[in-house]
Design a protein around this ligand. Structure first.
Ligand code: LLP
Length: 415
């Protein structure tokens, strides 16, 4: 039996494909639990709270699984707050992040009394204060700083530079922390930073933690009490074999010395590291097409056209992201140079280019790995394509946790 991940074998995948069709996301519950615990354990005895970043995978059953594992929740929109509540979280378990929170979203968060609203701008703080005053309550606010640190990740998912839209400068944050005291309807509970995602080096994480801690130490010295420091998410995973990544232990060692100086509770918002490697996208080859031989080498090359495309997994098209692709039941024979593409009418609808696969035939199943984070959540209905089914595997058994959309589902919104 060949293993796809800890809890999923190729036999499972063949059975799942024949039962539910493809494209289908398949998640390994055991691996998600294991990774959730490993990250939590890396922080050791230092007081900490891990808030799972729902944006990475917002399927209700996955969010519930995170809650069962003891993680709390990081919501990035009103929708994600509702998902967290539906998954059984209380408002006190939720931190609410995000640039451009709407008035309705802020009102909901204030009325619920979430653990912290991570405020992004002076204007937002004023809006939160006004809502809290009107509702006769005290809103718990953390200030998101922009430390002007380059996360060294893909520019599209780097958020910590002063040219990025996220957070506020140290000076602005300091001024705001001093000013918050004049709002009886606000309580400053922490500072927040998130410099980017898919970070594979410790230096930027350390710099962000130090900047956060330096500000915290000086604010506390001024008599502004804080409860926690929220370091955000960002821990990267190895999409390619042999890729250097930061282990949870190295991550903790990179950030904890700075945080420890403050004695404040550490809040983490991991997403990708927990769920990314625990999800695969299962897809069927629907067509094959020969290409002109490779101009450099003269080697034969073909298009392998899959039933999954950029509407199911956007990362390759949007960021040029690399996901490992393999055949579920490889046929014997020499490898073939392939471009694995989807059915969407865009040339960017490529899942993997210049890959080598064993000989494939129409009907064969392919596995696209490390698709548990920012996979299903970024799906779209472009070309009127219904989104994939999602299946959770646990102890050798599986169940549908999100059914495949139908075209009828899509048409129900058209009036
Ligand atoms: N906290 C905040 C405030 C965030 O903005 C994010 C991710 C996280 C936590 C979780 O970060 P993680 O641990 O998952 O790196 N769609 C992109 C990733 C966008 C990440 C956005 N923010 C991708 O497919 O790579």
């Amino acid at each position: 039996m060949s293993r796809i991940s800890t809890g999923i074998s190729s036999e499972h995948l063949s059975a799942i494909a024949s039962e539910f069709g493809t494209p289908t996301y398949v998640y390994d519950a055991a691996l998600m639990r294991e990774r959730c615990r490993a990250l939590d354990a890396a922080c050791g005895d230092y007081p900490h709270a891990m808030h799972y970043a729902i944006k990475a995978n917002a399927t209700l059953a996955i969010v519930r699984l995170m809650r069962e594992c003891g993680a709390r929740a990081d919501a990035n929109s009103g929708g994600e707050i509702e998902v967290a509540l539906r998954a059984g979280y209380t408002a006190q378990d939720i931190v609410f992040t995000g640039v451009g929170k709407s008035a309705a979203e802020l009102r909901r968060a204030v009325a619920l009394g979430v653990k912290a609203i991570n405020a992004e701008s002076p204007g937002e703080v004023e809006r939160i204060a006004a809502i809290a005053r009107e509702l006769g309550t005290v809103a718990r606010v953390a200030i998101r700083i922009n430390p002007d640190v380059d996360a060294g990740s893909h520019p599209h998912i780097s958020t910590g530079l002063k040219t990025n839209k996220f957070g506020m400068s140290i000076e602005a944050a300091r001024a705001m922390a001093r000013d918050i005291g004049r709002h009886p309807s606000l309580r400053i509970v922490g500072l927040h930073v998130h410099i980017g995602s898919q970070i594979t080096k410790t230096a930027p994480l350390t710099r962000a933690a130090e900047t956060l801690s330096d500000l915290a130490v000086s604010l506390v010295a001024e008599g502004i009490p804080l409860e926690h420091l929220d370091i955000g998410g960002g821990l990267g995973i190895g999409y390619q074999v042999g890729q250097t990544v930061v282990s949870p232990q190295e991550y903790a060692e990179a950030i904890l010395p700075a945080i420890r100086r403050t004695g404040l509770t550490l809040v983490l918002e991991p997403g990708r590291w927990i769920v990314g490697p625990a999800g695969i996208l299962l897809t069927t080859v629907v067509d094959l097409k020969a290409q002109p031989p490779d101009p450099q080498t003269g080697e034969a090359r073909q298009f392998v056209i899959a039933d999954a495309g950029m509407t199911d997994l956007l990362r390759p098209a949007l960021y040029g992201a690399w996901h490992d692709i393999s055949v579920v039941s490889p046929r014997p024979g020499p490898d073939v140079l392939c471009d694995i593409v989807g059915p969407v009418c865009e040339t960017t609808d490529t899942l993997g280019s210049a890959r080598r696969l064993p000989p494939v035939e129409v009907g064969d199943l392919l596995v696209i790995r490390d698709a548990g984070a920012y996979g299903s959540v970024m799906a779209s209905n472009y070309n009127r394509r219904p989104t994939a089914a999602e299946v959770l595997v646990e102890n050798g058994a599986w169940r549908v946790i999100r059914r495949r959309q139908t075209v009828e589902d899509l048409l129900q919104w058209d009036v």
